[in-house]
Design a protein around this ligand. Structure first.
Ligand code: MTE
Length: 391
């Protein structure tokens, strides 16, 4: 770090104490301090051919708590960001229903509301790490995730309004963006905890995340959370769209493909220290990280400093919610020796986050999706940190 200008340090009176600051509404929509300008979403340029069908990553290493600010959640678009005038947007519900509906945003807001904190993880999160350690930073290895509070209408209420026919078994939500994203969603999920959301963290959805309407499917892979939601077709069997045949499936070693792998398995990552957040001094060190499970709440998190030989219980702090990010801490004294940092999440079903080796044994090396293996950070004596794998 640069040596700060001593003129603003005690015992001097700092310059910002010597004149009035900007008045109210000089920033009608607030922004972080200019000294936090490096806390931004980033992309990996070589990963995709265009930014319209690409991904940006959440700066997990610089965030606290469990809620992702609205301007920092990763984005994944297949056809760019649709900028939709809500006055010209409708949600159509049709197919195997008694009464097809065409709803305005105002119509949707007249239904009883729910608030729900949920993480959204892309099934491809950590996908670049299947064949070995590659990207240097949890922003890039684990940053296809965000967690916000959604406000919206339970999808169940809208389907009741339309009246499901007895053979209604599947839904096909479709986005209004240029990719016309579609996925087959089983009716059980729709009637359980699915939400048609219009707000995130208390304000209208941001365009990047589907303004004015998006589907929320807590715990399930992000690809199914259709943004810019314009249509839900009700049917009696899945549609086998591109996104559930050639994509978002995993080719196993025996040539079979895993399909309809909806729920995200328990996973965790140490966000600080990590390659983008190196250690600056020896002594008392606060280790911080995130854990989550698409099958329920996090029960516990273990931390290892020696590559998985010894495990100690991390401390969970803040709300521990069903299908939401959960914050954990582990405090220790660093004596300057190299470390192999790992975290391991256990969810309320008793499922234990596996090692990468165990995952590969079952799934082989052809996968991209659902890599929830244990991450290792190698801390060097100078405090720098590398993404590595241990045997
Ligand atoms: N919905 C539409 N209409 N178009 C899209 O490109 N991308 C999907 C999903 N919903 C997508 C979409 C994918 S692959 C993911 S992981 C999530 O949205 C990402 O949501 P986010 O951009 O809010 O992070």
């Amino acid at each position: 770090a640069e040596t700060p200008d001593a003129k603003n340090l005690p015992p001097n009176v700092p310059e910002w104490s010597q004149s009035l600051g900007d008045g109210v509404v000089s920033r009608p929509y607030g922004r972080p301090s200019k000294f936090e300008a490096d806390v931004v979403r980033r992309d990996v340029e070589w990963l995709t051919a265009s930014r319209q069908s690409s991904v940006s990553f959440t700066p997990l290493h610089r965030l606290e708590g469990i809620i992702t600010p609205n301007g920092l959640g990763f984005e994944r678009h297949h056809g760019g960001i649709a900028e939709i005038d809500p006055a010209e947007h409708r949600l159509m519900i049709h197919g195997l229903v008694e009464k097809p509906l065409v709803l305005t945003l105002e119509d949707v807001k007249r239904f009883p509301r729910v608030n729900r904190i949920a993480f959204l993880e892309c099934a491809a999160n950590s996908g670049m790490e299947w064949k070995g350690a590659q990207l240097n930073g949890c922003q890039f290895t684990h940053g296809m995730i965000h967690c916000v509070m959604y406000t919206g209408v339970p999808l169940k209420r809208l389907l009741e309004e339309a009246g499901l026919k007895t053979n209604a078994k599947w839904l096909l939500p479709e986005g209004a963006d240029a990719s016309a994203m579609t996925r087959s969603v089983p009716i059980e999920k729709a009637l359980d905890d699915a939400i048609v959301a219009y707000a995130m963290n208390g304000e209208a959805l941001y365009p990047e995340h589907g303004y004015p309407l998006r589907l929320v499917l807590p715990g399930w892979q992000g690809n199914m959370w259709v943004k810019w939601l314009r249509r839900i077709k009700v049917g009696d069997e899945p549609w086998h769209t591109r996104e559930e045949t050639s994509k978002y499936t995993a080719l196993l070693p025996d040539g079979q493909a895993r399909r309809f792998t909806w729920a995200m398995d328990a996973k965790s990552v140490i966000t600080d220290p990590s390659p983008q957040a190196p250690l600056h001094r020896k002594g008392f060190t606060v280790l911080s990280g995130l854990a989550w499970s698409g099958r329920g709440a996090i029960r516990s998190v273990d931390v290892s400093l020696d590559g998985g030989r010894n495990w100690r219980a991390a401390r969970l702090d803040g709300p521990v919610l069903d299908k939401a990010l959960t914050r954990f801490y582990y405090e220790f004294d660093w004596n300057g020796d190299p470390l192999l940092l790992q975290s391991r999440a256990i969810d309320e079903t008793g499922y234990v986050q596996p090692t990468k080796a165990a995952l590969r044994q079952h799934r082989g090396l052809n996968s991209i999706y659902h890599n929830n293996g244990i991450q290792t950070w190698h801390v060097l004596p100078n405090g720098e940190i590398e993404n590595v794998e241990v045997a």
